[in-house]
Design a protein around this ligand. Structure first.
Ligand code: GDG
Length: 482
């Protein structure tokens, strides 16, 4: 067990979840397993080089774990009680902020006891980071679960350079202003030196909220000037840094012969349909799964798509199953899938293969390779990494991406077939166009998307954020000296 070296870390990442899961082996022994994700991949080299520490919740309530080392990173677990998981995580994070920040697709719930738990848990994360940080260290805080941490940290440790990245959208003021604690959130975020968003529009929404709620002036390049006693005091940079994936790693998996064989096997197992359509999402109401099912059902009903010739595979990985809205959504989706298969299936063939599981990454890549059409129809999505993973693996330059304009990815993947998922007729037309697109057109569009995704990978994302953070620190040091 590694001892906690207090105050010795020059680089600290703070996120709700640690990048590992606690697993139990068949003989009952417990161990930590890396939960692979873009964020770890992006930050691992930096963490290993700088001997960094990562602060987060290990994912199990009511348990205390000592800090430990894993893959060259020092991991510092923050514990949550079962009541805190219910009020802070499932409540305020997933049933207040998540729906509010995603255009109120589902109605957000506002409960004061949830807010109190959010403040208390944010304080715990901030205290853990403050204890670990060396003098003048850099702390990078992630996502909507921890919006108060930047200011809490700044108050206790003004020497730190603090970055914050918001992985989900930041809503327009008319929606954000519903939040009873809107000022506290903005003040919390403004503790950071640099606040990163996925899209330019998110950063603009944030700037407007800052102006309306706190009256600070916001300059064109997203520089927010905070005054104290009428004098310039601090500058905060708020800007878009679109996140990406480890594109080369995805491409490498796709080039493996066993993965390609698996892709062929998938097609065969589906009965060699003419076209395979694919959806891959956490089972979440923001992802527009019902909209794509509606469009497909109507296309089958009208005879515009032949259900015998098409397989639609929907991977819906289980998510937030203790939150009521998610339970209802699962029921609705499963009812619709059952109807479509009941109406249009035969003993031989079911047009929809619905899979409520999580799969290993190799299997996901094989599915992407097998899919002729990838459907990303989110109603609102910070970025949507699936939309970037699909072109990254398609080294054969084939496949068509149907992409909602309400995702961050749509800003970059300009040659995808863009859709407004609320417009069911438009969505139907795009699905038909995707299934009929000539190969030359598919190749041209896929090439352009691949160029973009291979160039702008997650390493570039993290280094561009950290460069701006370093610059911000330089500027404030210069100001302090003048
Ligand atoms: C949030 C924001 C933003 C899904 N099922 C399986 C599986 N996945 C992987 C996908 C992809 C990831 O999970 C999902 O990422 P998304 O970006 O699509 O969506 P969120 O989970 O909502 O992520 C989002 C992101 O943060 C990053 O900033 O893009 O907008 O909402 O990588 O491939 N992976 C495996 N098995 C599964 O069953 N292995």
């Amino acid at each position: 067990m590694a001892s906690e070296k207090q105050g010795e870390y020059d680089f600290i990442v703070v996120s709700n979840r640690l990048p590992v899961d606690r697993q139990t082996s068949p003989d009952g022994t417990e161990y930590w397993q890396a939960s692979p994700g873009g964020l770890v991949t992006a930050l691992e080299p930096m963490m290993q080089a700088s001997g960094g520490a990562w602060v987060g919740w290990p994912g199990r309530p009511d348990l205390e774990f000592d800090p430990f080392d894993h893959d060259g990173m020092h991991l510092v677990p923050v514990s949550l009680t079962a009541v805190e998981v219910e009020r802070y995580y499932e409540g305020f994070c997933n049933d207040t902020i998540w729906p509010l920040y995603h255009d109120v697709i589902a109605p957000p719930s506002y409960h004061r006891v949830w807010w109190d738990a959010y403040v208390r848990v944010n304080r715990r994360f901030a205290d853990a980071a403050a204890r670990l940080a060396a003098k003048d260290a850099t702390v990078w805080v992630h996502d909507y679960q921890l919006q108060l941490v930047p200011m809490m940290l700044r108050e206790s440790r003004p020497d730190l350079t603090i970055g914050f990245f918001n992985h989900i959208p930041f809503p327009p003021y008319g929606i954000f202003s519903q939040l009873p604690w809107r000022r506290r959130i903005i003040e919390g975020l403004l503790g950071a030196d640099v606040i990163g968003f996925q899209r330019v529009g998110d950063a603009a929404n944030f700037s407007l909220a800052v102006r309306r709620l706190l009256g600070h002036s916001v300059r064109r390049a997203g520089a927010i000037d905070i005054e104290e006693d009428g004098k310039p005091f601090r500058r905060v940079i708020s800007r878009a840094f679109p996140i990406s994936i480890d594109s080369r790693a995805f491409e490498e998996v796709a080039k493996r012969p066993d993965v390609q064989a698996r892709a062929r096997q998938i097609r065969e197992d589906l009965g060699n349909p003419k076209k395979i359509l694919l959806g891959v999402d956490r089972l979440d109401y923001t992802k527009g799964i019902q909209h794509r099912l509606k469009a497909l059902g109507e296309l089958f009903a009208a005879g515009e798509l032949d259900p015998e010739e098409v397989s639609f595979v929907q991977v819906a990985s289980p998510s937030r199953e203790r939150v009521e809205t998610y339970r209802q959504l699962r029921d609705e989706i499963e009812l619709t899938v059952g109807r479509i298969n009941g109406d249009f299936g035969s003993i031989r063939h079911q047009p929809v293969s619905y899979l409520h599981h999580g799969y290993p990454r190799d299997e996901m890549v094989a599915l992407y390779l097998a899919a002729d059409v990838m459907l990303v129809t989110a109603l609102r999505d910070g970025m949507n990494l699936v939309a970037k993973e699909y072109p990254a693996v398609r080294f054969d330059e084939d496949g068509v991406l149907v992409l909602s304009e309400f995702t961050g990815s749509a800003d970059e993947l300009r040659t995808a077939l863009r859709v407004n998922p609320h417009d069911i007729d438009g969505l139907k037309a795009a699905i038909l166009e995707a299934t009929r697109m000539p190969q030359a057109d598919r190749r041209r569009r896929m090439r352009a998307m691949r160029r973009r995704v291979l160039e702008n990978d997650v390493a570039r994302w993290s280094s561009s954020f950290l460069d701006v953070l370093r610059e911000a620190r330089g500027n404030s040091a210069a100001r302090d000296e003048s």
